[in-house]
Design a protein around this ligand. Structure first.
Ligand SMILES: Cc1cc2nc3c(=O)[nH]c(=O)nc-3n(C[C@H](O)[C@H](O)[C@H](O)COP(=O)(O)O)c2cc1C
Length: 189
């Protein structure tokens, strides 16, 4: 059997900072979202939700939540910091927020539901990158902000933001980053 693993052996993220925030072709977005929810999920509980943020919503959320919440906690912020927080989400053409929403189950541990949310993030990332888009999985500080969690439909003290998947277009191909030495992280019993 011939296996083409060139995508997986060369896949790289492009930082949100470096991507071009062009809107994503709606058909491509559908493909990416479909890949995102096609993940292993013990008990088929679907313990996650995806929230697509694009167009004018990016700016709205930056102003309503990211900047407002940042200012609350950083009253002496510099002009440069304010500029960065004013356009955080607008670095992407689309940003997909992945919420981990575990439910009580007598046999399936919450940990497994959280792992499934990570799989959603990784599938979104892999799919977008395989289609040639620039993409990055970020949490940054606002993934841990309760107002943001609530605005995205999460329940405080129960749900978590697994990540924001930023997708845009590439300005240039990313260079390779340091990868783990397989001998340090893989053993064969
Ligand atoms: C859950 C999670 C959260 C992350 N959050 C951040 C972050 O807040 N800031 C950051 O610079 N990188 C963050 N990263 C790492 C970026 O995704 C980074 O671009 C990635 O490690 C590049 O690896 P790749 O080229 O193998 O995709 C995060 C990664 C994961 C898995």
């Amino acid at each position: 059997m011939t296996i083409n693993n060139s995508f997986f052996s060369s896949r790289r993220s492009v930082t949100a900072k470096k991507m071009i925030p062009n809107p994503i072709n709606p058909e491509d977005l559908e493909i990416i979202l479909a890949a995102g929810i096609r993940v292993p999920d013990h008990g088929a509980l679907n313990p996650w939700k995806l929230v697509v943020i694009q167009g004018s919503r990016l700016k709205e959320l930056d102003e309503e939540i990211v900047l407002t919440e940042f200012k609350k906690d950083n009253q002496n912020a510099s002009q440069r910091e304010i500029e960065i927080e004013s356009t955080r989400l607008q670095r992407g053409g689309v940003v997909i927020a992945v919420l981990s929403k575990p439910i009580y189950h007598p046999k399936i541990p919450e940990w497994e539901m959280q792992l499934s949310s990570g799989a959603v993030c990784m599938n979104l990332l892999n799919c977008a990158q395989s289609m040639g888009y620039a993409a990055q999985w970020l949490t940054e500080w606002y993934a841990y902000n309760d107002i943001m969690l609530k605005r995205l439909g999460g329940n405080i003290n129960q749900d978590k933001i697994a990540g924001f998947i930023y997708i845009g277009t590439k300005n240039e191909e990313p260079t390779e980053r340091r990868r783990p030495d397989p001998n340090n992280v893989i053993t064969y019993l």
